[in-house]
Unconditional design. Structure first.
Length: 92
């Protein structure tokens, strides 16, 4: 995850599961999954965090959580593009 910063860390919650992930370019790197109130289900440190596709393969029983992370990833990626295109289209 070289070149990323802590402001790219996101949290996605589905039911009692909470995924902490980092926006790394166009990928979501899964750092941890916790079951509230704090039970660690999955945890990674350093550059070995799996991307969303790898996490989905390793833990298919967490599909609703991975779907929510994917939704938030796309929202994070598309939002700046939409904002830019809106500004550009209406500027003179």
């Amino acid at each position: 995850m070289d070149g990323t910063s802590s402001h790219n860390v996101r949290t996605t919650v589905v039911g009692t599961l909470e995924a902490m992930w980092q926006l790394d370019g166009h990928a979501a790197r899964i750092q941890s999954v916790r079951r509230t109130p704090g039970e660690v289900v999955v945890s990674y440190a350093g550059p070995d965090c799996p991307d969303l596709a790898d996490a989905r393969q390793q833990w298919p029983d967490l599909t609703p959580l991975w779907d929510a992370v994917r939704h938030e990833l796309w929202a994070a990626l598309v939002s700046p593009l939409h904002h830019y295109s809106s500004d550009t289209r209406y500027s003179r």
